[in-house]
Design a binder for this molecule. Structure first.
Ligand code: NAD
Length: 256
């Protein structure tokens, strides 16, 4: 699988799944625009190790104007934007009656609306070259629900719907749009949830096991590297007829 000469933008790629996907894309030969907060220098250094051009854009993807700047800069710097991975996401866990309205708004903005903006802005360039791969990182929560995650579940289901619409609008082109739906991946986003469970009995190992046993029959985490490999497959020529799918990689979560 070679992405030599291709360029990618991965939102939320300074840690976790996005960083794992960015590494795989760079390993396959793509130039990569990283995005996200935190330890930017470490993320750039890690992805640069594969020898392609790696840049970082600090856009807050809850802001449409900053997204527009990021897409424009990616196209300006690399000449093209062929692979778009919409990965940035946040979580908040609370019953709906006490779910803070501002957290609802930011989860919808970051986990769903950001993908609407990146896609509408990146598609014209993809259409010009008749090649593109749009991969939306949804979740097992894009296919089934859990209690106390109303905003996240709504956003991730919405992202699956957006994926299908874009796949239909691009169906006769060399551009595909698909979603990937991970189960539990041990990243900072999930570590927070383990820490909250551990607060109840003070045992992180037991908390981790409880988290997996509740949802993930394999009792093992999915890894960012595995999700990166799935992304590479979706970027390949062999995947040209894979259009509008929501592909779960979830240790059996939604088979139940
Ligand atoms: P993470 O917290 O490790 O990474 C999130 C990334 O998004 C970081 O780079 C962060 O800086 C960035 N980010 C957050 N808010 C942003 C904003 N406003 N603008 C730009 N960047 C922003 O989380 P993760 O677990 O790697 O999650 C990545 C994606 O995968 C999310 O969409 C999440 O919903 C999804 N997902 C995660 C799991 C899991 O178990 N970890 C499972 C299914 C789906």
């Amino acid at each position: 699988m070679k992405l030599n000469g291709r360029s990618a933008l991965v939102t939320g790629s300074t840690s976790g799944i996005g960083l794992g996907i960015a590494c795989k894309l760079a390993e396959a030969g793509a130039n990569v625009m990283l995005n996200g907060f935190g330890d930017v220098d470490a993320a750039v250094a890690q992805v640069s190790a594969y020898g392609t051009r790696v840049l970082h854009h600090p856009a807050d993807v809850s802001d449409a104007d900053q997204i527009a700047e990021m897409v424009a800069e990616t196209e300006r710097e690399f000449g093209t934007l062929g692979v778009l991975v919409n990965n940035a996401g946040i979580q908040h866990v609370a019953p709906i009656e006490s779910f803070p309205a501002e957290r609802w708004n930011s989860i919808i903005a970051i986990n769903l609306s950001s993908a609407f903006h990146t896609i509408r802005l990146a598609l014209p360039g993809m259409r010009q070259r008749n090649w593109g791969r749009i991969i939306n990182v949804s979740s097992a929560h894009g296919l089934v629900a859990s209690a106390q995650k109303s905003a996240y579940v709504a956003a991730k289901h919405g992202l699956v719907g957006l994926t299908k619409s874009v796949a239909l609008e691009t169906a006769t082109t060399g551009i595909t749009c698909n979603a990937i739906c991970p189960g539990w991946v041990l990243t900072p986003l999930v570590q927070q949830q383990i820490d909250n469970i551990a607060k109840a009995h003070g045992d992180p190992q037991r908390a981790t096991r409880e988290l997996l046993m509740e949802k993930q029959p394999s009792l093992d985490f999915v890894t960012p590297e595995q999700l990166g490999e799935l992304t590479l497959f979706l970027c390949s020529d062999a995947a040209i007829q894979v259009r509008g799918v929501a592909w779960n990689m979830d240790g059996g979560w939604v088979a139940q």
